[in-house]
Design a protein around this ligand. Sequence first.
Ligand code: GLU
Length: 451
Amino acid sequence: MSTATKSKNGKVASSNGKATMKQDPIVAETGLPTEANNLYTETVSTMLHAAELMNLPRYLRLILAQPKNEIMVHFPVQMDNGQFKLFKGYRVQHNNALGPYKGGLRFHHDVHLDDVKSLAFLMTMKCSLVGVPYGGGKGGIKVNPREHSASEMERIVRRFTAAIAHNIGPDYDIPAPDVGSNSQHMAWIADTFSFLSEIGGDNPAAVITGKPVSYGGSLGREKATGQGVVDTLVEMLPELKLKPEKCTFSVLGFGNVGSWSAKIFQEKGAKLTAAADHTGFIINEKGIDADDLAKYVSSKGGVAGYPKASKCSKDDFYKAKVDVFIPAALEQMIKEPEAHMLNCKVVAEGANAPTTPAGEKVMLDRGIEVLPAILCNAGGVTVSYFEWVQNKTFQAWDLEKVDAELNKHMVKAAHKTRAARGQYKCDLRTAAYVAALQRLAEAYEVRGIFP
Ligand code: GLU
């Protein structure tokens, strides 16, 4: 039999060493999945813990526990060999109290409805925290982009756009890139949507952000999430008595977010000593040049075989002594075993939900500071907002303006998070949720609930 004790952060540690969040009655009332480790239930439960701490009105907890709309589509696409394949796509619209639904499109062979729901929920929280006038949404296609030619991907993306075209729009729901999708995909979506809505709107390309700069994209959008990770680190490290220029760091996932975080953190003087992705784990205590590694990864498809570092085991990667660890891959990668192995002072969450509640408990007990994703990786959606503003006003900002405005949003969000931590004496993730929920609560209070 396992006994459970309540710790100061309200999480329950059971005697079998697993930490679980005390289940809020709203989880059962709103019919959230009950199976262990369900990402959606985990994510919402963490928010409900913050809601309890700040005494958020019950009706708001109910509203936020489930998305407003869950759209699932199936669509056929002809492959290069003439055969048809049926694809599954999603768009989840979690909340639009603060503005249009906003959030990326994930192209991954393993994407499920609950993942998309969690990610949409996180977008509501992130947009609220970082002070942009958006709600939260997320979508995706169950597809492995690496298995398809460019022309197959173009047909898949265009047909998916047609399938969801009636449910998105420049003032209603604005998708963007996420894991597996890129600016070329965004261009095909903008073009398809513009074609389908020729007589509507001033600038139909504002239906999507993360477009190429040559087609309404913003300077600085490609690096924006990584830039935001580093802006957050620069803002938060001094209170932990760490100087960016003296830091060593490791990165999990060397795609858009991981590689840009590494390149920009390196520009501040920090030293990358270990990296990992789906192809393998590499280490070099003397330092790995992030620009050189990024070039290698874009030509070879992964970090494996990088000649200027040594191959290492997964355990050696996690045990590498660094100041900062940046998980920038997928969700739920830092569970208890990984959290026990980590030998760092700070985790900067570049990915969405990379840490499980049980993994986080281990890290907090070990004195590792966790900079939560809704703060740390909010740079992407912030510059998406700038892109949308530029599209709507037919302007093109220079990079200095984009970077300066992004920094203002990141620093302000960090201040709000710190203030909530001071007020409620909680960890940073709970504090970030409190700050996000405060803005949503204010909006609901004045809006009221129709009818
Ligand atoms: N997919 C990114 C995120 O998770 C960006 C979303 C956006 O730009 O709308 O934050």
